[in-house]
Structures are given as structure tokens and as C-alpha cells.
Design a protein around this ligand. Sequence first.
Ligand SMILES: NC(=O)c1ccc[n+]([C@@H]2O[C@H](COP(=O)([O-])OP(=O)(O)OC[C@H]3O[C@@H](n4cnc5c(N)ncnc54)[C@H](OP(=O)(O)O)[C@@H]3O)[C@@H](O)[C@H]2O)c1
Length: 231
Amino acid sequence: MTTKTTERVALVTGGSAGLGLALTRALAERGWRVITDGRGAGRFKEAELPDGVTVLVGDLTDAEHRDRLLAEVTAHGRLDLLVHNASTLGPLPMRPLAEVDVADLQQVWRTNVGGPLVLTSTLLPWLRTADGVLLSISSDAAVNHYEGWGLYGASKAALDHLTLTCAAETGLTAYAVDPGDMRTAMHQDAFPGEDISDRPLPETVVPRLLALLDARPGSGRYRAADVGGEA
Ligand SMILES: NC(=O)c1ccc[n+]([C@@H]2O[C@H](COP(=O)([O-])OP(=O)(O)OC[C@H]3O[C@@H](n4cnc5c(N)ncnc54)[C@H](OP(=O)(O)O)[C@@H]3O)[C@@H](O)[C@H]2O)c1
């Protein structure tokens, strides 16, 4: 593989809203080239992303879309950071496991586990060439057991496991990071009708993620709140 750009390149899934949008903006402001995606084209128009960001509208569970992501990475000629950020809570309102069916399980697994796993495998050669970092956005629900959060939490536990097993198998630096509660559309979906204005904005988590990338400690599971950074 030949390097076509000297700037660092990141692929951040789900960059049209919430944490993915805040991280995409921050990386671009730091001079990174960022490739990002999301299913809704309209959300990207509202987001007004800066120069240096390439948007591919599509669903990460769609193999053809993932092929387009690979083609974009190939066109950039390098990949220094892969962020599995896009995610789903599953059927809303969130419900106890006894009310979850196989179709719900498949939908959540495809988005939160299967898509990221296949994308990681596809992009692994590029990450290894650049000595890059794999960053999966996890949740406290991956390690705690909240009523109604079992399906989502199990998918995040699986994502953590795959991410860190990938590090063990390949030597790649990989992190599963619990960002903590954030004031986003997903959080509002989880707490319908509740005033979530006391939750921190996703922009407050981004400096912690950047601090982690800068410090580059060993692979592992981290809480963003425990990582240094101007929040
Ligand atoms: N918010 C919290 O309190 C909280 C707490 C712990 C962990 N997290 C985790 O933090 C991450 C970011 O969450 P958030 O709250 O920022 O979510 P968000 O505001 O709902 O944003 C999610 C982003 O992902 C995109 N997306 C969703 N499904 C996709 C798919 N199948 N293919 C491509 N893009 C997709 C969305 O755009 P489209 O819908 O247009 O596709 C959007 O850009 C997630 O991994 C979440 O599980 C969040």
C-alpha cells in the first residue's frame, strides 16, 4: 500500500449527530482528514461539516456501503484511526429481555456488533500499515445491568470483547471507551419525555477521547471520565 496523504486519516461512523459529529469536527480542526457516514443525508446538511471531511451517506449494516467506505479509505491512501461510534438502542421504548424477539436481536447485533466487526476486518490492513488505533464507543450498560437495557448492553459488551480481542490477536492498539451520559438524540430516545438538559454535551467528551489518542496507553477498556483532557 502506498501513502497518498501525509495528513492523518480517521473513519468515524455516525458523524452526522451527537458524539460522532463532535469528534469528526474536532479531528478536522486538528488537521485530520475524516471519513464519516450516517443514514440521513439531511442531518449532514444541517451539520455543515468543515473542509477535510468526506461524507458517505449509508448504513453501516449494508455491505455495499461498507465497500464504499473501504474505497474511500483506499483513495485517501491511509487509515490512522477507526472509530465505531454509530449505534442503535434497539426497539423503542426500550424493553425487558422477555419482550425482545429475534428480529430485534438481529437488528441490534447487525448495527452494534456485526457491522463494526466486518468493517474492522476489512480495514485492518490499512490500520496495521499506519500503526493506527481502533476505538469502539462503549457504554456503562456493557458492564452494568439496567432494566430494559439488556439487549443494547449485551451488544456493547460484545463490541468491547471483539475490539479488545482484535488487539490481542493483531497487536493493534484498541480501546473500548465508555463516554458516559451525553445530551444527544439517542439519550433522549432512552429517556422519552425526560428533561435531559443536565447531561453533558458530547463536545465535553471529545477532549477526553483526544487525550486518550495522544497518550496512547495500552489497549483496554476506559471510562472517558477517567482520562485526562480539557472537558
Ligand atoms: N448518549 C449517551 O448518553 C451515550 C451513553 C453511552 C454510550 N453512548 C454511545 O455513544 C455513541 C454515540 O451516541 P450518540 O448519543 O452520539 O448517538 P446519536 O446522537 O443518536 O448519533 C448517532 C449517529 O450514528 C448514526 N447512525 C446510527 N445508525 C447508523 C447506521 N446503521 N449506519 C450509519 N450511521 C448510523 C446516526 O445518523 P443516522 O441516524 O442518520 O444514521 C448519527 O449520526 C454510540 O455508540 C452510543 O451507544 C451514548
